[in-house]
Design a protein around this ligand. Structure first.
Ligand code: ATP
Ligand code: MG
Length: 685
């Protein structure tokens, strides 16, 4: 097609290979390309292209790794679609789990589900497994039965990798092999219990989708809803997701996936890069395209990244190259300890800020969420606002979970875990009374108001009465206006919160934030599902895109930095033990995944890259005889890689100068902004 035609002038923003992918006709297409070569951009442009060609947006399915990614791609696509054609609003965009949820609400009857099913997050799933473990008496075994988290990982691994329990135990959890029969029994009961409770865990969402598609008539119906299926980050999908895509292409084979095998970093969750390698086998007639030019990074950064990945066991042939040059090589910074690393970071962040790079264009990356604790304290001390992605989620906080549990039991009165969570907060109610209350509710047709007629122990009466009153106030609202519902719940929950947790005022603020987030939703169900499926790492994350003049530094685990890019990237704690993580240094395969993780971190940077390593680390929680240990440089920065970097040794520079000496104060609006992060204007001390 001619790109000179005005209507398609935007196609000229693409290189010839990208254009070929964007304007590709029907049939399966696999784009294998390195970091920053425009895979995601190509997908976004393809959405725009299809719509401009007159395709119905609601018949396009775009699967991404996070909700943020889907929103961003659709925003991008809507900016370029030809005027006069429909926008991207009706495109089905989201994560596999979110799309599964949407489809299961539509086809719940065929799936044997009630439409009001609720979704359990990982914590709830673990708790339910724990409960059943107790019921089975497995916790009393002489030899220790696997922990609840391990049980869930094993279960999840079997489901996601579509592998038999015996095989999974053999290859991944050999120390649990002796419990094979008990685990099978546990998982069987776990499944029944979820079904009785009308709840699905994350894995179920995909599993039910696979099962729907395995019925030919339903596969025809469901895959017939879409004409085009597009998938980003294909290297990190699991077997079940590949199976789903197969089913979604029953009625057509217009499937386009993009990925980079050198960036596969979710093996631990059952993802397999085989999906990408096997794609041409799974979809006959696949065209394979590659993109070669990196548009993201300056060449010295790519030199270091290329060297690092060239030492991988699996050879990835894509050498990244870019037309963007720079005099500056990536810096490898050796610091005496974490304190010096923090000082260095703050100095550099402010320096780049003063040179005109907003905080939002700078990101500090680390292997594990706890590695930023000390930096966070320093940032707060310096009034530098930041957002953190990955790690402990807002949704994992106990008080947030309590409030969500109340919403969940209103939504689905069979949700046992939600009931237990709330009832056990009340005086005079232990697990056996809670179970009786739940039975009573179920015996009354699942009507939560039935609590009013339950003969409660005297100690529990007042709180149960207040609870019943709240339920009576809320039920008439149905699933509408979740924010008003939360306001009412907060009134009830306030006294429970104060007696259960310390630090109540901070926690109340979280709940107010939750209420504010909910005010953007008309439906309680949609609100709950969004929260459960793609939990915000900070309240700001769900509140929609930040206003344009809001500025904050990004802190992120490397896993959560996937697909993103920033002008400046600081990879911190680049030491063996943290990267590779000593939890993942057991096998060659795990080590290789850690190497790819380092590669992902480096390839996020556009202009400046800093890799820092403290020589000494203070282990806060380990209870070691000496809490300090000396750390080796991350092994992936080998003697072949380091010469491509500029090495800076702060630990030898004596005396150290004051961290702020050479800097003027940052503009005052930073402190103003940090105040704005808290709604009532208070800054945490
Ligand atoms: P990753 O592997 O990290 O997910 P990717 O291959 O998806 O990377 P994109 O994020 O799509 O790459 O693109 C990287 C950057 O390069 C983006 O800023 C994008 O706008 C830019 N870019 C991509 N293609 C072009 C092009 N043809 N001309 C100019 N800039 C481009
Ligand atoms: Mg991408």
């Amino acid at each position: 097609m001619s790109t000179t035609h005005d209507e398609y002038a935007w196609l000229d923003e693409l290189n010839p290979q990208q254009r070929e992918a964007v304007t590709y006709g029907d049939g399966p297409l696999l784009v294998v390309a390195g970091a920053g070569t425009g895979k995601t951009k190509t997908l976004a442009y393809r959405v725009a292209y299809l719509i401009s060609q007159g395709m119905d947006p609601s018949r396009i399915l775009l699967l991404t790794f996070t909700r943020r990614a889907a929103q961003e791609m659709l925003r991008r696509a809507s900016g370029i679609v030809t005027r006069g054609t429909p926008g991207t609003g009706r495109v089905w965009g989201g994560t596999f789990h979110a799309i599964a949820n949407r489809l299961l609400r539509l086809y719940h009857e065929s799936a044997g589900l009630r439409q009001d099913f609720t979704v359990m997050d990982q914590g709830d799933a673990e708790d339910l497994l724990n409960l059943i473990r107790h019921d089975l008496g497995l916790h009393k075994m002489e030899k220790r039965f696997p922990r609840k988290r391990t049980c869930l990982s094993i279960y999840s691994r079997c489901v996601n990798a579509s592998e038999d329990l015996e095989l999974v135990l053999q290859s991944e959890y050999p120390w649990c092999q002796e419990w094979k029969d008990e685990l099978r029994e546990l998982f069987k009961l776990y499944v029944t219990r979820k079904q009785e409770n009308n709840v699905l865990d994350f894995d179920d969402l995909l599993l039910y989708w696979v099962h729907l598609l395995s019925t030919p008539a339903l596969a025809t119906e469901i895959s017939g809803r879409f004409d085009y299926v597009l998938v980003d980050e294909y290297q990190d999908t699991n077997r079940m997701q590949a199976q789903i895509l197969g089913g979604m292409c029953t009625e057509h084979d217009n499937i386009m996936v993009v990925g980079d095998d050198a960036q596969s970093i979710y093996r631990f969750r059952g993802a397999t890069v085989r999906n990408m390698l096997d794609f041409p086998k799974q979809f006959a007639g696949t065209t394979v395209l590659t993109l070669e030019q990196n548009y993201r990074s300056v060449m010295p950064i790519l030199d270091t990244a290329n060297l690092l990945i060239s030492e991988a066991e699996d050879q990835y042939t894509k050498e990244l190259w870019s037309e963007r040059s720079s005099q500056q090589r990536p810096k490898l910074v050796t610091c005496k300890d974490e304190g010096e690393q923090d000082e260095f970071l703050i100095e550099r962040i402010l320096q780049h800020y003063e040179e005109g790079i907003p905080l939002k264009e700078q990101a500090v990356l680390f292997r594990a969420a706890y590695l930023s604790t000390s930096l966070e304290l320093e940032l707060t001390r310096h009034n530098i606002p930041y957002h953190k992605y990955g790690g402990l989620k807002f949704m994992e906080a106990a008080h947030v979970k309590d409030l969500i549990a109340i919403l969940r039991l209103l939504e689905n009165p069979r949700d046992e875990m939600a009931w237990f969570r709330v009832l056990l907060l009340m005086d005079g109610i232990g697990p056996s009374t809670a179970a009786k209350i739940l039975d009573h509710v179920l015996a009354n047709g699942g009507d939560p108001q039935a609590i009013g007629s339950f003969k409660a122990p005297p100690a529990a009466r007042d709180e149960l009465r207040a609870f019943t009153q709240m339920i009576e106030d809320l039920l008439p609202m149905g699933i509408n206006e979740p924010a008003i519902q939360i306001e009412r719940i907060r009134k009830f929950y306030d006294s429970l919160l104060k007696k259960t947790y310390d630090n109540a005022s901070v926690r109340v603020r979280d709940l107010v934030s939750l209420e504010q987030i909910a005010s953007g939703y008309a439906s309680r169900r949609k609100f709950l599902v969004d929260l459960q499926l793609d939990p915000p790492s900070a309240t700001a994350d769900l509140a929609g895109p930040p206003s344009r003049d809001e500025d904050y530094l990004i802190l992120s685990t490397i896993h959560s930095a996937k697909g993103c890019e920033w002008d400046v990237v600081y990879l911190i704690h680049a030491t063996d033990g943290f990267l590779p993580s000593d939890m993942s240094a057991g096998s060659e395969e795990e080590l290789e995944e850690e190497r790819r993780l380092a590669y992902v971190a480096l390839t996020r940077a556009r202009d400046f890259l800093y890799v820092s390593r403290p020589l000494r680390y203070y282990h806060r929680w380990y209870g070691l005889s000496s809490p300090h240990s000396y750390m080796q440089l991350c092994r992936f920065f080998s003697r072949h890689v380091v010469p491509s970097m500029e090495t800076v040794n702060l630990s030898r520079q004596q005396p150290r100068r004051n961290d702020m000496e050479s800097f003027s104060e940052p503009p005052m609006d930073i402190s103003e902004r940090i105040r704005q992060m808290w709604d009532d204007g208070e800054v945490p001390v």
